[in-house]
Design a binder for this molecule. Structure first.
Ligand code: SAM
Length: 281
């Protein structure tokens, strides 16, 4: 008979958040596969758990994955833990789950903390519909493309971020979402210095210009307003283009700027707006 893979959620800061079932599962596992063995050892020592421990992380997941599958096939039970929180959320655990499914090995979960859910429920932003976006790429172009792809998404967006990249990320988000977009920055969740900062992207940029980011962060971003959502009616559809442009000219804009602004708001090419405006005059 084959063994079973147990996905064990561990605390994201406060050791008191570990479940009784998690402790029991770790204690009775034939092997504990941990993303960060040093961090997991602290947990195991605290609860006097002495099951065998091995590492399973991004850089050894291929060889270790095969080894773990062979143990499972030989009837051993393996508990998988990530460095913190729920395995397979922004960590290589998802590859091991796929491997088990391909090999007809049973997988079960021992639920517990996940940083994204706790940040979301504390954010004060809508939790009715949300999208978890994980970490942004370190590659500048990929980051921009990722943010662009969710610019008009009306769901609340959730990102993970490391402190040393937070300032850049806020700047990149500001450039795509606009400085008025509301966000919540959740740091050090469940720890002594837990803090939720609720503000706009402009306010966050100003704050972190003066204050160095510290600790682990989850960034929750308010979804785009419904009229910006893809597929919804453009609010300008009922106003003739000429009226739209003349409105900005009346406010003091040059024709060029007014055409540019109106074209962007209507989602049409600047040249088309310009030609149409002049055809109509
Ligand atoms: N598997 C984990 C989970 O369930 O949330 C996430 C692992 S991911 C590699 C690590 C990221 O989660 C951190 O960079 C940070 O964005 C977020 N995170 C983890 N613990 C956190 C905490 N206590 N407070 C805020 N964010 C945290």
């Amino acid at each position: 008979m084959t063994g079973k893979l147990y996905l064990c959620a561990t605390p994201i800061g406060n050791l008191g958040d570990v479940s009784a079932r998690c402790i029991e599962t770790l204690r009775s596992a034939d092997l504990i596969a941990a993303e960060d063995t040093r961090r997991t050892l602290q947990l195991l020592n605290h609860f006097e758990i002495s099951a065998p421990l091995t590492s399973y992380h991004e850089h050894n997941k291929r060889e270790k994955g095969g080894y773990i599958i062979s143990l499972l096939k030989n009837g051993k039970n393996v508990a998988l833990v990530s460095d913190a929180g729920t395995p397979a959320i922004s960590d290589p655990g998802e590859d091991l789950v796929k491997l088990c499914i391909e090999n007809d090995i049973e997988v079960t979960s021992v639920p517990g903390p996940a940083a994204l859910i706790n940040a979301l429920i504390l954010s004060g932003l809508s939790a009715k519909r949300f999208a978890f976006e994980g970490f942004l790429s370190v590659n500048k172009r990929h980051r921009a493309e990722h943010l662009k792809s969710v610019e008009n998404d009306s769901r609340t967006l959730i990102f993970y971020e490391a402190p040393h990249k937070l300032r850049n990320t806020i700047e990149d988000m500001r450039a795509v979402f606009g400085g008025d977009r509301r966000i919540a920055l959740a740091r050090e969740l469940t720890k002594l210095h837990e803090e939720i900062k609720r503000c706009t992207l402009d306010e966050a940029a100003a704050f972190y210009e003066e204050n160095a980011p510290r600790g682990e962060y989850v960034i929750i971003v308010e979804g785009a307003s419904p009229e910006k959502d893809c597929g919804s009616e453009n609010e300008w559809d009922n106003i003739p283009l000429r009226e739209h442009i003349d409105g900005y000219i009346a406010e003091g804009m040059s024709v060029k700027d007014a055409v540019k602004r109106a074209a962007s708001e209507r989602g049409i090419a600047r040249r088309d707006a310009y030609n149409e405006y002049h055809r109509a005059t």
